[in-house]
Design a protein around this ligand. Structure first.
Ligand code: SAH
Length: 200
């Protein structure tokens, strides 16, 4: 697979990713304002970091010569593997949105009539959307042979997970109490549970 094809796959996937997000953002917007917004300036900075890693740096890499110094020859096997992971990541991102429905928000929020979702992909992991970001981050590294534009999304998402997951889980424990604590005991965090308890 040549570099143009792997870049085309990457940007087509990025367009479907942005389309999915736009559809669910509109639905969330139509369902009205949240009951309580727990986001901090740090949350907003993290989202910006993820946008830079997932969208801005790949665009700079593809359309300017500024990141050329960090490029290396593309590896065909990596491009094929990256394409498979890219499709799997987009599918998981879409299913996470579909299962979470109007309970979703970009930052940490509690909706009016917020429902704890444990079905669909949330049956296997508590953070399938963040898991999809990690899969997409690995796919980006495999599809874009550039040290900066390839690794930027994965690094940004690891930072997001480290900072945000404990705060999000504390918030959900406060809102859903024992029900969320029981859910944590039986469901994996970002990696599916193999033997009855979460492993991440
Ligand atoms: N961490 C989840 C969701 C990310 S969206 C994932 O990776 O799939 C963030 C919002 O989703 C938070 O504001 C929180 O209110 C909500 N949320 C997270 N897990 C939830 C669940 N199991 N059920 C309902 N809402 C949830």
């Amino acid at each position: 697979m040549n570099i143009q094809v792997s870049q085309a796959i990457f940007f087509l996937g990025l367009l479907s990713y942005l389309a999915i997000r736009t559809v669910y953002q509109r639905k969330a917007h139509a369902s009205g304002p949240s009951q309580s917004d727990r986001s901090t300036p740090q949350d907003k900075a993290l989202i910006l970091l993820v946008i830079v890693g997932q969208v801005l740096l790949p665009l700079v890499y593809a359309f300017t010569p500024w990141l050329n110094f960090a490029s290396y020859p593309s590896i065909p096997a990596a491009s094929y593997l990256g394409s498979i992971l890219w499709v799997a990541g987009i599918w998981l991102f879409w299913r996470s949105h579909a299962d979470l429905g109007t309970n979703w928000s970009v930052t940490l929020e509690v909706q009016h009539n917020h429902q704890l979702v444990k079905r669909g992909v949330y049956h296997f992991v508590r953070h399938p959307m963040y898991a999809s970001f990690l899969v997409l981050g690995i796919a980006q590294a495999a599809l874009l042979p550039n040290v900066i534009a390839g690794t930027s999304a994965f690094i940004a998402v690891v930072v997001l997970c480290i900072v945000r997951v404990p705060r999000e889980e504390a918030m959900l424990c406060e809102v859903f109490g024992q029900e969320y604590r029981r859910y944590m005991q039986t469901t994996g965090g970002v990696v599916p549970t193999l033997f009855g308890r979460g492993v991440a």
